[in-house]
Design a protein around this ligand. Structure first.
Ligand code: FAD
Ligand code: NAI
Length: 467
């Protein structure tokens, strides 16, 4: 027997479950199919949420050990209880996943546990404890992504690991090699560094977080280096060997071909993620993947079958939870006959290290490449009263504005609480504010947000007040 739906969403990550909620809100009979027992996808189970929980705990520990004394607080006997820290992370994850199950019930979304695959373009088979068949008018593919590897490197998940295993290590490693100085490498690298692990990052590019504005990577690397993170920039990994009790990583410098050998307890491979479509049966409906393994979609996130959509990590664009969520809402509204709008330029990017890095809009490099006339205003946190009061004066905010119209084109920041500060920049750009609009907006004193206002003052007419 089969059940009939308006929409079946395959995958319960932030793309899929948010899409299911919005579909249900719009009156569609909705099913959500997830192959794992817990809902929430990569983000809640092995991504955003556990990594931020680790970052938060490790940051508190690091502060206590290294910085509380600067405030006149003696903390001579601080003890790290690693299993307890991991337990807290697990509890945060299970509570958050439970929250999604609650939301599904509340919104009357039918949840099916099992691998979803296409029988034909309007029929989905769910292979779980029992097999079910769902007939549907529309399908949303939201099957997400998995970690990538590099040719010749065998991820044994014991000593050579991905972020998934790094989030659940049984012990605190003494040393770790991280391949890839991108977002996962630096976030997870920071967690272990703060807890006392010797962390060595091997990065192929010449700058960390190379996809972001160059100044941000440089600034962040300087702070992490000061805290003891070791960097092998411009190095390509040539060999990763597990000895069972540890790893040996060899890498060659691009510049002079000099080889380095690093021994460590673990090697974390963090060189990007790839779309996940295995077992979906796309071939039965004649859907071919693009050259990067993504489900091809048009500007409305429709595949070549106009009733089948793909959202989130499995299709083009940045692999971020909030991008997946926005796309989930977008396709739900589209199916309901609305005319939603999505502006990919305004999807912010955040790296939750300390200092945090955040950015939105064009980078300087992109503006240069497009030969667009722009002006720059920047403001260092060391000139902010609030940052000084909190001993948090590393970093800066950089505002890029159109040379003629003063419209804000990009905002890039590295410093305290930038993950939250970026929201003001996104909102400003959503309403197409000029740098002067922000410069003339009253910001509470003393707050970190004043630094954004000062950077906008600097961009407007080089008239920052506090530098
Ligand atoms: P996913 O979250 O990957 O969910 C896809 C779901 O589909 C999975 O549950 C999978 O089991 C299921 N599935 C797959 N195939 C089938 C099938 N055939 N049948 C049934 N179910 C299926 N992003 C941020 O924005 N901020 C962060 O701080 C952040 N931190 C991260 C930290 C780490 C360590 C990692 C790995 C990622 C992080 N990300 C972060 C990225 C973020 O997790 C992803 O962009 C996001 O989860 C993508 O959402 P999605 O819905 O497209 O897919
Ligand atoms: P990434 O793309 O951010 O970084 C990968 C890094 O590995 C790059 O700097 C790249 O130059 C480097 N690299 C690639 N091949 C290499 C090689 N052979 N040797 C050395 N270095 C090599 O990918 P990452 O960190 O794995 O994260 C995957 C995705 O997950 C991100 O793109 C992001 O979308 C998402 N994510 C987002 C987070 C956030 O929003 N805070 C946190 C964690 C992940």
């Amino acid at each position: 027997m089969s059940t009939e739906y308006d929409v079946v969403v395959i995958g319960s990550g932030p793309g899929g479950y948010v899409c299911a909620i919005r579909c249900a809100q719009l009156g569609m009979k909705t099913a959500l199919v997830e192959k794992y027992k817990t809902l929430g996808g990569t983000c809640l189970n092995v991504g955003c949420i556990p990594s931020k929980a680790w970052l938060d705990s490790s940051e508190r520990y690091y502060e206590l050990v290294h910085h509380f004394k600067d405030h006149g607080i003696n903390t001579d006997k601080v003890e790290l209880d690693f299993p307890k820290m991991r337990e807290r992370v697990e509890k945060v994850v299970s509570d958050t996943c439970g929250g999604v199950s609650f939301l599904m019930k509340k919104n009357k979304v039918d949840v099916y546990t099992g691998l979803g695959s296409f029988v034909d373009a309007h029929t989905i088979k769910v292979a779980g404890e029992k097999e079910e068949t769902l007939k549907t008018k529309n399908v949303v593919i939201a099957t997400g992504s998995k970690p990538s590897s590099i040719p010749g490197v065998d991820i044994d998940k014991k000593r050579v690991i991905t972020s998934t295993e790094a989030l659940k290590l049984p012990e605190l490693p003494k040393s770790m090699v991280v391949i890839g100085g991108g977002v996962i490498g630096l976030e997870m690298g920071s967690v272990f560094l703060r807890l006392g692990t010797k962390v060595s990052v091997v990065e192929y590019a010449d700058a960390c977080i190379p996809a972001m504005d160059k100044d941000m990577g440089k600034n962040l690397q300087k702070v992490l280096k000061k805290e003891g993170m070791e960097f092998f920039m411009g190095h390509g990994v040539t060999e990763v060997k597990s000895t069972g009790k540890g790893v040996t990583v060899k890498a060659k410098a691009k510049k002079d071909e000099k080889e380095v050998t690093i021994d460590a307890d673990y090697c974390l491979v963090a060189v990007g993620r790839r779309p996940y479509t295995e077992g979906l049966g796309l071939e039965t409906i004649g859907l071919e993947l693009d050259e990067r393994g993504r489900v091809p979609t048009d500007e409305h996130l429709r595949t070549k079958h106009s009733h089948i959509y793909a959202i989130g990590d499995v299709t083009k664009g940045v692999m971020l939870a909030h991008k997946a969520e926005e796309e989930g809402v977008f396709v739900a509204e589209l199916m309901a006959g609305q005319k939603p709008h999505l502006n990919y330029l305004l999807v912010p990017g955040v790296v939750y290290t300390w200092p945090e890095v955040a950015s939105v809009g064009y980078t300087e490099q992109q503006l240069k490449d497009e030969k667009r006339a722009y002006k720059v205003g920047s403001f260092p946190f060391k000139a902010s009263g609030r940052a000084r009061a909190s001993n948090e004066s590393d970093g800066l905010i950089k505002v890029l504005a159109d040379k003629d119209t003063d419209e804000i084109l990009g905002v890039h920041m590295v410093g305290p609480r930038c993950a939250d500060l970026i929201a003001e920049a996104v909102l400003a750009m959503e309403f197409r504010a000029s740098a002067e609009d922000i410069a003339r907006t009253c910001h509470a004193h003393p707050t970190y947000t004043e630094s954004f206002k000062e950077a906008c003052l600097a961009a407007t007419e080089n008239r920052a007040l506090h530098i």
